[in-house]
Design a protein around this ligand. Structure first.
Ligand code: PHE
Ligand code: ZN
Length: 858
């Protein structure tokens, strides 16, 4: 009988009893019997009170151990070992044996297509050797690799030309350790830092893939330069290596000097990667590179501080993408993601703080809340302080804490000091879960506009009561003729409500306008849900005239959403609704007439809210969502708008010459995005000629996949087959095919498609990308996943349980498909709860999935 897993608590932190002066590791690689020898110089930590010598270690066979050369017999359990040690500096030596081939969890040392690689964050190093596997124990590492494989890599600088010896001079926690060995080829380049230091850059891939690395390499060089210019951060080793692996649980990993990437975020060619893939590659290469300072040189004291490195690094990569591409388009994309993933998480049973205070399995906390909301919190800090004080605070942080393992308090103190301000209320963003709701109301009193902004932070699991958050609300005012009479102004909503008075005559410089429209939360200045009583006409005015591009898009989006909701919620199907529908259509058409707009931006405005967005909006409107109805209404409205706007959309479609040579830059991608958005709106089961022609003639994956998605959606059965034949040799392209074959399929066919694909010879389920493509494809088709029969729930549950026995981390992450179960009707709730309970009752369920299921059912 195994004991129930115990929670770890932030409040229980205490430092490790020993410091480490150096770590030396010797690997003798073998697929099933790799030997790892360690030689570690420990000394008592004067700052610690607990002298227990506990080294983490899991799934290790201990061969021998010695202290100062004398053999010892430690007390070994399933989780690690303890051993009496001298109360003075000593040298610990151990030898263990591990089985990389048998490692299907992809954590620790494992094999992927004949190549050895590692993944240690968060707690994987303990599967490599016995060690204090916690981020506050930092040490310089030397690594010896004995293997016949031609390429051998580890952290830091090479000390032997054959890759058998590596030295990383920068002290680091074990989670940043990495080792790779395989038959790899490099795409190489160079970078010279601002202070003139040369750096060798290599991207290591399998032979045949070396021509797909140019974009990632370019993104890396731009990231290095950008971090020098924007944050004053230079690279600090002689080499920077990136390795692409096919089997990887996450996107990528920032191991010091040796980033390891999921190959889908490295490899790109116009024929095989979409514009979206290129954008992700750029962002993730930047993200991992930026971790060199925010994460590696300064790391986290404990895993509760995860947002210290992740929120900040996401914020940095978002700034970078905004500078490289269109800032408003990037901002809208980030907010779409935040709402789709983080708001969803925050509204359900998995809601947690940006800095959690307790966990059972830390792998379950690499979440949208820690990452994306964590990034929003940094953005708000910068909004409050201004760019200059923000930069100065960052400089202080880098200077003061270089080489340390820090907390959120350390980070915030730097800004309190630089700006001479008190951030204690702001800090609630780290300790209160739930998405705050900001309500705005206003009345006209003569020439005065009286406005009240109020806030409410909803209860979340374990947090029934909330204190007022500090919310930066950026706002402007537009007159009824569309002129801006109040440019962006920052309101500090730091109490339950704030009253504002605007003298409209003064603002307008003369006569007060008859009608004014507030433009609130410009640029999405805070991660909140805004409730403002804007009429359809007001929204149309903002779509046409707002000077803030984010709010222009937001106005268009809310017009579409409200139009769809009227029907989904059966609120009003009268003539008034028909009139409003015409107003929305006309507003969109007028918007489209502005030829000066960025096509990428227009594409975003014309993109309908997702089915999941509409589901949440339905719940917010107090109506039980019917996934099938939502899907049908959305499709019907897309077709109706598409045919009403046919001429405009055809003009957009024809504005791009599909034979222009492919370039991944944002401007070219934006043109393709608009063309493909138009294609999606113009096509329907009776009108697929355009899509067929595009599919047949496509010379890049963006256009080919966009056409395929439309064809699958509208019932064409031949294109998917042709695509499969064309691309069956290419893993990354086939991942797209698995995904889209289910995600885009009509709801009544998607379940059968998923079942058939799970038997496909290329459904290599233990590969996380492939598994996520198929399961994620079904979950992305809510009308199919939530099929009234419950078959979608059963299918996903069966596969989650199967995956859990091989790779708990990947199973647990996918289980969030069930986090919204309380949204639905009693039948669906019952079936989803039954699915969760079936998982909970499964013998040998992992700690990862066990914790997720328990939280979802709590
Ligand atoms: N630290 C990685 C990142 O955000 C994510 C990651 C976490 C990768 C855990 C692997 C395992 O860049
Ligand atoms: Zn990260």
């Amino acid at each position: 009988m195994t004991q129930a897993p115990q929670p770890v608590r932030l409040a229980d932190y205490s430092p490790f009893g020993y410091l480490i002066d150096s770590v030396e590791l010797f690997f003798t690689l073998d697929p099933t019997a790799t030997r790892v020898k360690s030689r570690i110089k420990f000394r008592p930590n004067p700052e610690a009170t607990d002298p227990r010598f506990f080294l983490h270690g899991e799934q290790l066979t201990l061969i021998s151990a010695a202290i100062d050369g004398a053999p010892v017999s430690p007390d070994v359990t399933e989780y690690g070992l303890t051993c009496p040690v001298p109360n003075a500096p000593f040298v610990w030596e151990a030898e263990v044996e591990i089985n990389p081939q048998g490692n299907t969890a992809l954590e620790g040392l494992y094999m992927s297509n004949g190549m050895y690689c590692t993944q240690c964050e968060a707690e994987g190093f303990r599967k490599i050797t016995f060690y204090p596997d916690r981020p506050d124990v930092m040490a310089p590492f030397t690594v010896h690799i004995d293997s016949d494989l031609p390429v051998k890599l580890s952290n830091g600088n090479p000390e032997a030309s054959d890759g058998s010896l590596w030295n990383d001079p920068w002290p680091k926690p074990a989670y940043l350790f990495a080792l790779v060995a395989g038959d790899l080829v490099a795409h190489s380049d160079h970078f010279t830092t601002a202070s003139g230091k040369p750096v060798d850059l290599n991207i290591w891939v399998r032979a045949g893939d070396e021509d797909k690395c140019a974009y990632a390499m370019d993104a890396l060089k731009r990231s290095m330069k950008w971090d020098e210019e924007e944050y004053g951060r230079e690279y600090d080793l002689d080499v920077f290596n990136i390795v692409a692996v096919d089997d990887f649980n996450m996107g990528a990993m920032e191991n010091k000097g040796l980033n390891i990437f999921n190959s889908k975020y490295v490899l790109a060619s116009p024929e095989t990667a979409t514009d979206r893939d290129y954008a992700f590659i750029e962002a993730i290469v930047a993200h991992e590179y930026f971790h060199n300072w925010t994460g590696n040189r300064i790391t986290c004291r404990d895993w509760f501080q995860l947002c210290l490195k992740e929120g900040l690094t996401v914020f940095r990569d978002q700034q970078f993408s905004g500078d490289m591409r269109s800032e408003p388009v990037e901002r809208i994309g980030n907010v779409l993601q935040l709402r789709a993933r983080q708001f969803r998480e925050d509204a359900g049973p998995l809601a947690h703080n940006v800095r959690p205070e307790t966990y059972i399995e830390i792998n379950n906390f690499y979440t949208a809340t820690v990452y994306e909301k964590g990034a929003e919190v940094i953005g708000m800090l910068r909004t409050y302080l201004g760019a200059d004080l923000y930069r100065a605070g960052c400089e202080l942080y880098f200077e003061r804490h270089d080489g340390e393992a820090c907390t959120i308090e350390d980070w915030l103190s730097c800004f309190e000091e630089i700006a001479a301000t008190d951030l204690s209320q702001f800090k609630r963003w780290y300790s209160q879960a739930g998405t705050p709701k900001v309500s705005a109301t206003w009345t006209r009193d003569g020439d005065t506009l009286r406005m009240t902004l109020s806030q409410q932070v909803p209860p979340t699991p374990g947090q029934p009561m909330k204190e007022p958050a500090k919310i930066p609300v950026s706002m402007g005012l537009l007159a009824g003729d569309g002129t801006e009479i109040l440019p962006s102004t920052l309101i500090d909503l730091d109490s339950p409500s704030v009253d504002l008075n605007f003298d409209l005559a003064e603002l307008a410089g003369g006569k007060a306008p008859d009608h004014v429209v507030p433009s609130l939360l410009r640029g999405f200045s805070a991660p909140v849900i805004l409730d403002a009583p804007l009429s359809t006409q007001d929204r149309a005015l903002l779509l046409a005239h707002d000077t803030d591009p984010f709010n222009r898009w937001e106005a268009g989006r809310s017009l579409l959403r409200e139009m769809l909701l009227e029907e989904i919620c059966a609120r009003d199907i009268s003539a008034a609704a028909e009139a409003r529908r015409r107003l929305v259509w006309q507003a969109l058409k007028d918007f489209c007439a502005d030829a000066s707009l960025d096509p990428a931006f227009v594409a975003l405005v014309l993109t309908f809210p997702s089915e999941d967005d509409l589901t949440q909006a339905t719940v917010d409107a107090g109506v039980v969502p019917d996934p099938v109805l939502i899907s049908d209404v959305r499709t019907e409205h897309m077709r109706a708008l598409g045919s009403w706007m046919q001429d405009t959309l055809m003009d957009f479609y024809n504005a791009v010459d599909p034979d222009t040579p492919y370039s991944p830059d944002a401007a070219s991608a934006g043109k393709r995005a608009l063309r493909n958005t138009a294609l999606s709106l113009l096509s329907n089961p009776d009108n697929l000629d355009l899509a067929r022609a595009q599919f047949d003639g496509a010379t890049n994956m963006t256009d080919q996949l966009a056409a395929l998605s439309v064809l699958i959606r509208d019932g064409d059965r031949t294109a998917a087959k042709a695509f499969e034949e064309q691309w069956q040799h290419d893993r990354l392209v086939m991942d797209k095919w698995f995904m889209i074959s289910v995600a885009s399929a009509p709801a009544n066919e998607a379940l059968n498609a998923a079942a058939a694909l799970s038997q496909h010879p290329l459904f290599d389920w233990q590969n996380p990308n492939r598994f996520r493509s198929l399961m994620g494809g079904l979950v992305a088709n809510p009308a199919a996943f939530h099929d009234p029969s419950g078959a979608g729930y059963t299918f996903v549950t069966d596969w989650l349980l199967k995956m859990d026995s091989a790779n708990p981390q990947t199973a647990a992450r996918m289980s969030t498909a069930f986090e919204t179960w309380r949204r639905y009707d009693a039948d669906r709730q019952g079936m989803m709860a039954t699915a969760l309970d079936r998982m909970a009752a499964t013998p040998d369920l992992s700690r990862d999935l066990g914790e997720m299921v328990a939280r979802m059912r709590a």
